[in-house]
Design a protein around this ligand. Structure first.
Ligand SMILES: [Zn+2]
Length: 220
C-alpha cells in the first residue's frame, strides 16, 4: 500500500459550480451552507479518471465507448455497462452494440481504468482520502459570452454570464493498493500536465488548466 500527495496548481482559474439562472451566474460549488465553498472529492476523482482514460486510449472502455457509442454514453460507458448490454440488461443502439462486439472479450475482464477506479461491478484499487477541499478567496469573473443558450431557453444569446472562479491550490492524498494503481496514477498526472484534461467547467473558455505534482508520503 502506498500513499501519495497530489497537488494541483492552477495555471488558469477553475470553476466548479452550480448555475443560478435568475442571476445569470454560476456559483462555486457548495453543499448545505452557501458560505462554505469547496471542490468535491468526486470532481477530483473525475479529473483523475478522465486523465487515466486518455492515457490508456483504446485500452480503456470509456475511450472506446465515447468514440463509437455516441448518444448512448449514458447507458454504455464502463466495462460493467458493456457487460450489461451484452446480457441485455441495458438497451443500446444497434450501432453501438455491433461496434462493441470486437471489444467484448477485451473488456469482459475489466480494463485497467475500471480495475483501478472501479465500476458498477468492481471495487477500485485507488482511494482518494480526505474531505472535500475547501476553497477561499473566490473571484468573480464577469461578462462571459456564449453563442448558445447556456442557462435559459428564452434568450437567443447569452451575454454577460458571471462565474465564481478560484486559483487556489488543491491538495489531496491518494492511497494505492498495488503497482498497477500507482502506474496509472502517474500516467494520469502526465496527461493533466500535458493540458489534455482540465478541472471543472468552461474549459473551452480557457478555465481549469492545472499542473499536477505527485509525491510519495508513506509506503508500507
Ligand atoms: Zn473499463
Amino acid at each position: 500500500m502506498k500513499k501519495f500527495k497530489v497537488t494541483l496548481t492552477p495555471v488558469t482559474q477553475y470553476v466548479i459550480g452550480q448555475s443560478v439562472p435568475c442571476e445569470k451566474k454560476v456559483e462555486f460549488n457548495y453543499g448545505l451552507y452557501p458560505t462554505k465553498k469547496f471542490v468535491p472529492i468526486s470532481s477530483i476523482k473525475g479529473l483523475l479518471r478522465t486523465a487515466a482514460v486518455y492515457s490508456q486510449g483504446e485500452n480503456s472502455c470509456e475511450f472506446v465507448t465515447s468514440r463509437i457509442c455516441r448518444g448512448d454514453e449514458d447507458l454504455v460507458r464502463t466495462c460493467s455497462d458493456i457487460q450489461d448490454m451484452f446480457e441485455n440488461l441495458s438497451p443500446a443502439s444497434q450501432q453501438c452494440r455491433e461496434s462493441l462486439k470486437e471489444y467484448r472479450d477485451k473488456f469482459s475482464s475489466p480494463c485497467i481504468v475500471c480495475r483501478v477506479f472501479g465500476n458498477g461491478k468492481v471495487r477500485g484499487k485507488m482511494r482518494i482520502l480526505g474531505d472535500n477541499v475547501e476553497i477561499k478567496n473566490l473571484r468573480e469573473v464577469g461578462n462571459l459570452r456564449f453563442s448558445y443558450n447556456f442557462l435559459e431557453s428564452r434568450h437567443p444569446k447569452y451575454e454577460g454570464l458571471k462565474v465564481e472562479a478560484s486559483n487556489a491550490k488543491v491538495e489531496f492524498e491518494v492511497l494505492c493498493s498495488d503497482h498497477e494503481c500507482e502506474k496509472l496514477l502517474r500516467e494520469a498526472i502526465k496527461v493533466i500536465n500535458n493540458g489534455l484534461v482540465r478541472l471543472g467547467r468552461f474549459k473551452s473558455r480557457g478555465f481549469g488548466i492545472v499542473k499536477a505534482s505527485l509525491t510519495e508520503v508513506t509506503s508500507r
